[in-house]
Design a protein around this ligand. Structure first.
Ligand code: B12
Length: 359
């Protein structure tokens, strides 16, 4: 667990994010008048929106004392802006103003840790790459299939993309492999292409919605595994809309014989607790993709820890932030994390080896 002081810094920054963002935009457009000529009123409004996101990410990184998380986020911003034609120098000016505004407007205790994190990201900024490398690994056996899948999806050919995967399953490719070696890199690659402005938001939405359909059809082909008498609830934390990774985790538990209950995206905390109790689950698997949802993960874990009906529960967390900071699961109060759906089931199996099923 983090100490109260650090937690409260994050909370204060989150609460003030709008006012801080207004001040940052006034600062950067005041100090650098050329910005107005270059980006106009629309640019100013986008810069303000960006500043809100930067502060929300900063707040959660402060909550969990993780400069690595904030640096990862700023690295992602650098790539995004580069492909929109916005220089790293302008991002640095923006961060400089963020630091000054925090110094001026936040209490000393908050400013000390927040400014240190912002300045750390500024120092790291020049060495951060301006673009993102492909997720398609030429050394990986299934990469040609991933390429064909992404190509069909981007062309809008949902059925053709699905057929590629079903044919591979017919040839004996295990469904788990297709999840981890085809869907996962395909979605990551599609996200990268969106970030690089090579595909539209609509294309990205189409591909993720269509992949959900293909996954559902593929899962139906898997013969029911022998039930192991254990239960898991899989949920995306409140606010997080990325449920494909969580769904993979839930499906892997299902395929391993667990009673797997998938609550999907943006699940309210109270609904998670209710499901845990009603289903007498052994494990809660919480998924978070966006760094600014970590405080919600922390709140959910605190809620279940405080509930005597969940006394025997094990909590695992996963998703992008947990791959960036390997100590994060512990800081946030979970019992463990795993890098992918396969490792998630393996970890739960270690926890509950020899454990009697809940009746
Ligand atoms: C699809 C998608 C969406 C869809 C989600 C649809 C859906 N039903 O899931 C929609 C359109 C809603 C969306 C929205 C946004 N997205 Co989005 N999205 C993606 C995309 C392309 C794919 C996500 C995915 O399914 N990945 C594949 C899965 C299988 O991988 P995974 O989630 O990591 O899961 C695996 C492991 O992490 C692990 N795991 C996951 N959960 C758990 C849980 C436990 C307990 C364990 C043990 C393990 C575990 O196991 C999983 C399976 O092996 C990614 C790109 C990417 N790199 O992932 C961007 C991405 C995550 N999105 C991004 C962004 C910015 C956004 C938005 C802010 C965009 C916007 N401006 O609106 C919003 C935020 C919405 C919100 N409030 O949550 C960025 C995040 C950048 C960052 N570092 O902050 C990414 C990386 C895109 C990019 N390259 O820029 N997105």
């Amino acid at each position: 667990m983090t100490d109260t002081l650090v937690l409260s810094s994050g909370h204060q920054v989150r609460d003030q994010a709008d006012a801080l963002a207004d001040a940052v935009v006034a600062c950067e457009f005041g100090r650098h008048p050329k910005l107005r000529a270059r980006y106009g009123a629309a640019g100013r409004s986008k810069s303000r929106q960006d500043a809100v996101y930067h502060f929300l990410h900063l707040a959660d990184a402060l909550d969990v004392s993780s400069p690595a998380l904030f640096n990862d986020y700023i690295g992602w911003v650098k790539v995004l802006l580069h492909h929109l034609g916005i220089s790293s120098e302008d991002l640095d000016h923006h961060l400089d103003c963020m630091a000054d505004v925090v110094r001026e407007q936040m209490p000393l205790t908050v400013a000390a840790s927040a400014v240190a994190m912002i300045e750390g990201a500024r120092t790291a900024l020049p060495a951060m790459p301006s673009t993102a490398a492909s997720f398609l690994d030429p050394g990986q056996r299934l990469t040609p299939l991933v390429q064909a899948y992404v190509h069909s999806m981007l062309g809008g050919y949902r059925q053709a993309a699905g057929q590629l995967v079903f044919d591979a399953a017919d040839r004996g490719e295990p469904v788990q492999q297709l999840y981890l070696q085809v869907f996962q890199p395909a979605l990551q690659e599609i996200g990268r292409l969106w970030q690089l402005k090579k595909i539209s938001v609509a294309q990205e939405h189409f591909c993720s919605a269509a992949t959900q359909i293909v996954m559902s059809q593929l899962l139906l082909r898997v013969p029911g595994a022998e039930r192991c008498g254990r239960g898991v609830i899989v949920a995306c934390v409140s606010g997080d809309l990325h449920d494909l990774g969580a769904r993979m985790v839930a499906d892997f538990f299902e395929m391993a014989g667990w009673d797997s209950y998938f609550c999907g995206a943006n699940t309210p905390h109270a609904a998670v607790v209710q499901s845990l109790v009603e289903r007498a689950a052994d494990v809660l698997a919480i998924s978070a993709t966006m760094g600014y949802h970590l405080h919600a993960v922390q709140e959910l874990i605190e809620l279940v820890r405080a509930d005597p009906r969940c006394a025997r529960l094990r909590v695992m967390v996963g998703g992008h932030p947990f791959t960036i900071d390997p100590a994060l699961w512990r800081t946030i109060g979970a019992d463990g994390t795993a890098a992918d759906a396969d490792a998630a089931v393996a970890l739960a199996g270690q926890w509950l080896e020899g454990c009697a099923p809940v009746l």
